[in-house]
Design a protein around this ligand. Structure first.
Ligand code: SIN
Length: 473
């Protein structure tokens, strides 16, 4: 890790990167003011024509070289990630593989940006569509997946023939800078993918929306910030991809396999200490299976080891900062005050300042604050329900629509509920649905557009309709 850190950090830089497990400074990085970012956007825009003119295969070869370097440096990148975001090291390794997979996938997918021919409406005319790169793009990425949320945007942008400028989260610029460094080593022209850490994220966000050279913005983060960007992006009518907040229901029906449901619950809820947009946020458990599910879940959750992410057996690392911890703490307190019961956890952990105990709460009701807010912490609130209709009503009773999970062994119910849930992604009898091959994204206030899969490439392509007239027989 040390050699990469030396290349990407700058002792004189004004942004200090802290280890959330210890509060200590790991490194400083150089920051970019709005004017400098504007210059970088201009360089990106100048470079993109030559890049777009290359064949998809030429672009794919460079993306593949980048993928290989990320994979070769997997351990160093994982350590860097754990150091800056606190994620348990096993999960950080998982994220490097997950993030690299987007580069590999889009390297291939870029070769399949097919247009179409359309049966004509008039004998002297021919109609077709072609797909072309959107142009110069910008991305704003979060701290909870410091790498995969970048490759999920940069992979398709570069594969499509675009240039892209990325503002990483202030808390986690190191993984982003390491990715940029490896992209250069792989031979990807420097101006095409730039990372611009900043101390002034609002200003840079405004620039991304107002600079006439930017044709697309992709943002992963909160719904509140997504709404501001959407308003700002309206001035230039730029293309938007927004991956925003969630409030994922995890429904366990009476006919579920309780052991499978508990395994799925652990994977979905406690991944990254509960800090993902797709983490189960509310457990809706039918009355007949409620006690058995809660008992097994509680036992397993109480066994999860809380420790700094660098420890090999850490399962729950620190939350990102004091404000993340304060939010989880206050939501649990308000649930307990309203009558919920902590079956395990329910308080800060003595391991360190930003650590919270993995928690299971029962007696939660749909009207409590904890059932409406995105917790972003290792807390599982359990709501008891009686009927399928009630579960669907409660599950859909949120302005968010990102991910939903449910467990049932009844095939008819599985279809019914899958169709009835108003979410962009639904997992049946599984707790994890993220993969580069499937479209990730939400509906309602969870966002716009899809990332990953063949649909993720389309977000960086414009569809052009062409008509050729004067074709006389
Ligand atoms: C997120 O939390 O924004 C992304 C989670 C994932 O890709 O699984």
């Amino acid at each position: 890790m040390q050699d990469i850190l030396e290349r990407i950090s700058d002792p004189e830089g004004s942004l200090a990167v802290l280890d959330p497990a210890t509060g200590k400074t790991i490194a400083h990085v150089r920051t970019y003011a709005k004017g400098e970012v504007a210059g970088i956007i201009r360089q990106a825009d100048e470079a993109r024509g030559e890049w777009a003119a290359r064949t998809a295969k030429e672009r794919a070869n460079l993306l593949r070289a980048w993928f290989n370097l990320i994979t070769e440096r997997k351990e160093a990148l994982a350590q860097l990630m754990t150091a800056e975001c606190g994620k348990p090291i096993a999960e950080a390794r998982g994220e490097i593989a997950y993030g690299a997979a987007f580069v590999e996938w889009f390297a291939e997918e870029g070769k399949r940006a097919y247009g179409e021919t359309i049966p004509t409406f008039a004998s002297g005319k021919r109609l077709l569509t072609i797909k072309q790169p959107v142009g110069t793009c910008a991305a704003i990425t979060p701290w909870n997946f410091p790498m995969a949320m970048i490759t999920r945007k940069v992979g398709p942008a570069l594969a499509a023939g675009c240039a892209i400028v990325v503002k990483p989260a202030e808390a986690t610029p190191l993984s982003a800078l390491a990715l940029e460094h490896l992209a250069r080593e792989a031979g990807i022209p420097a101006a095409l993918f730039r990372v611009v850490p900043t101390n002034d994220p609002a200003d840079v966000g405004r620039l991304f929306c107002s600079d006439p050279l930017i044709r697309k913005l992709s943002f992963t983060g909160s719904t509140a910030v997504g709404k501001i960007l959407m308003e700002q992006a309206a001035q230039n009518v730029i293309k938007l991809s927004l991956e925003l907040g969630g409030n994922a229901p995890f429904i366990v029906f009476d006919d579920a396999d309780v052991d499978q449901a508990v395994e799925g619950a652990l994977a979905s809820k406690y991944r990254n200490s509960g800090q993902t947009c797709v983490c189960a946020n509310r457990f809706l458990v039918q009355a007949g299976i409620h006690d058995a599910f809660v008992e097994r879940l509680t036992k397993r959750v109480a066994e999860l080891k809380v420790a700094p992410g660098v420890e090999e057996d850490s399962k729950i690392g620190p939350l990102i900062n004091a404000s993340g911890l304060g939010k989880a703490e206050s939501l649990v307190r308000s649930a307990l005050d309203a009558g919920a019961v902590a079956r395990t956890g329910g308080a800060r952990s003595p391991v360190g300042d930003n650590f919270y105990q993995p928690t299971v709460l029962t007696g939660v009701t749909a009207d409590m604050e904890i059932a409406a807010a995105e917790i972003f912490g290792p807390v599982a609130p359990v709501i008891r329900f009686e009927t399928e209709e009630e579960a669907i009503r409660v599950a859909n009773g949120t302005p968010y629509g990102l991910a939903a999970y449910f467990y049932s062994r009844d095939l008819a119910r599985a279809w019914r509920v899958m169709e009835a849930l108003e979410f962009g992604m639904v997992a049946v009898n599984d707790g994890i649905l993220s993969t580069e091959v499937a479209p990730f994204g939400g509906i309602k206030q969870s966002g716009l557009g899809r990332e990953g899969s063949r649909h993720g490439l389309d977000e960086y392509l414009e569809l052009k309709y062409c008509l050729i007239g004067g074709i006389d027989r």
